[in-house]
Design a protein around this ligand. Structure first.
Ligand code: NAD
Length: 478
């Protein structure tokens, strides 16, 4: 008997959770339920995180969490419970299977069967943002080697466990050579450990277009957080409906399972919502806790019910569907089919499914790190890069020289174009002369002189090489 934490959430949450629990209990799931309250009531009671400390204790104790959607109240100050749960519990892998149920649910893609594996903790979602000048704000995109290794290995291990043939990686490393470049490099390294699984990489823009057009060309797709957030919704929608998809959020210790849709307040309390998304999340949970026979029994019964044309209003279509049902009737129909299998849709088998156990990340030996320059960012409201270069050259020493000025990444000095639009946010790159060293003390002195010369420095970025490889990008046009 496995103890799990359950939160019934807001809006349609309680209805779809009750339906889901009735199905999984009828199928023989060996679970014991510890219920907690999260979401709107907790937020409105003055707790801006939407969850009480005692509920965190329950989640951490049981390690497996089945969560219905919650409503985040409008207005400032309320923190997203979904984001904090993923990050506090280290749920690094977001797994979303998107399979079309053609011809029973309308879709333009009859043979789609894609699993999106999205990195869940880093990338632009670190939420580190700053306004630096009147005109410019920035958001730090953080990609780590452990983060890449964990998610890419998870995608290959998932493919292996579920008999999938190919893992595709989407990045934008033609532009973001350091961050997305790391993700792609790690993908290539890890792929070599799985010679039996085909691998490929697509630049995310054309990859996304191809996914929307010919999803049958893909199997498992792994990607950084932002692309995964967007494309997992696209994949679910083109498979049939976002209302049919579930998702798993997996960490080394804990895991959370949910529907991908929200709390749909407009249809709440009417017993009409489709419980399928949450049920799909629960099926992934049963595989995760080592109850694959129960999971496959439910999945086959659910497929059979969809095949019989017993549909909730969101997927009901005259001619295609046979009977329009409410949430609890749908659950009863699935329960009645628990010993049946679909005739036309593929029967699933989850034999051997269990939580994937990945090796712990081992820190690599330290690389040889050398300081080879510094970017000093300035807030300056002039227009002429040549004029700024003259001002900034005052900071040069006998061995440290200004090598470049960029504005929003594009080189504007030396030899910029007069057509380039410039904001009030400038990057001035200083490098030591060939054969000379740059020290942290040199950087402190550069900043000291900048300050005494009324230059408004807003931040610095040190430029390093790691084992003699550049650890920074060149200016665009450099
Ligand atoms: P939503 O997913 O709740 O609804 C979008 C549309 O899909 C609506 O028309 C809704 O009626 C329909 N829909 C959603 N689930 C359905 C189901 N099971 N059956 C039938 N129809 C369904 O998105 P929203 O309206 O943007 O957000 C509503 C609330 O949900 C917001 O407070 C938002 O913050 C929250 N939300 C929560 C989660 C979560 O807890 N994981 C995720 C997304 C949104």
């Amino acid at each position: 008997m496995k103890k799990i934490t359950v939160a019934k959430g807001d809006g349609i949450g309680p209805e779809i959770m009750n339906a889901t629990l009735s199905i999984i209990m009828a199928a023989g799931a060996e679970i014991e339920i510890d219920e907690i309250s999260v979401g709107e009531q907790v937020y409105l009671s003055g707790n801006t995180s939407g969850i009480a400390k005692s509920s965190w204790d329950v989640i951490r104790e049981n390690k497996v969490f089945l969560k219905a959607p919650i409503t985040t109240p409008q207005g400032g100050g309320y923190k997203s419970l979904n984001v904090s749960t993923r990050k506090f519990l280290g749920l690094y892998a977001n797994v979303r299977p998107c399979t079309s149920l053609y011809p029973f649910v309308r879709t333009k893609h009859p043979i789609m069967d894609v699993v999106v594996v999205r990195e869940n903790e880093e990338d632009l979602y670190a939420g580190i943002e700053h306004q630096q000048t009147d005109e410019v704000v920035q958001c730090l995109k953080l990609i780590s080697r452990p983060g890449c290794e964990k998610i890419v290995r998870y995608a290959f291990e998932y493919a292996k466990q579920y008999g999938r043939k190919k893992v595709t990686c989407f990045t934008k490393d033609n532009i973001m050579k350091q961050t997305d470049g790391l993700f792609h490099n790690v993908f290539d390294e890890v792929a070599k450990e799985y010679p039996e699984i085909e691998n490929e990489h697509w630049i995310v823009d054309i990859g996304a277009a191809k996914l929307a057009d010919t999803p049958e060309a893909f199997d498992v797709i792994v990607m950084p957080n932002l692309y995964g957030d967007i494309l997992s919704d696209v994949a679910a929608q083109i498979a049939g409906s976002v209302g049919l998809a579930g998702s798993a959020n997996i960490g080394e210790e804990c895991a959370m399972f949910e529907a991908i849709h929200g709390s749909a307040p407009l249809i709440a309390g009417q017993n009409i919502a489709n419980p399928s998304g949450l049920l799909q999340g629960a099926i992934m949970m049963l595989n995760h806790i080592g109850q694959p026979l129960v999971a496959e029994k439910i999945q086959n019964a659910w497929l059979k019910t969809i095949e019989e044309g017993i549909h909730t209003f969101d997927i009901y279509k005259e001619g295609n569907s046979r009977k329009k049902v409410g949430t609890s009737e749908f659950a009863r129909a699935v329960i009645a089919n628990l010993d049946h299998q679909p005739s036309l849709l593929n029967v699933v088998s989850y034999t051997g499914s269990t939580a994937l156990v990945l090796p712990k990340y081992k820190r690599k030996p330290a690389l040889k790190k050398e300081l080879v320059g510094v970017d000093i960012f300035l807030h300056w409201t002039g227009n002429s890069p040549d004029e700024l270069a003259e001002k900034v050259k005052i900071l040069e020493t006998d061995h440290i020289k200004l090598s470049m000025i960029t504005n929003r990444g594009i080189k504007v000095w030396p030899e910029g174009f007069s057509e380039t639009f410039c904001t009030d946010h400038w990057r001035c790159r200083f490098k030591p002369l060939e054969g000379k060293l740059l020290t942290k003390q040199d950087i402190i002195e550069l900043l000291f002189y900048a300050n005494s010369n009324q230059l408004d420095t807003i931040k610095t970025e040190n430029l390093y090489t790691f084992d003699e490889k550049l650890g920074f990008s060149l200016g665009q046009g450099q």
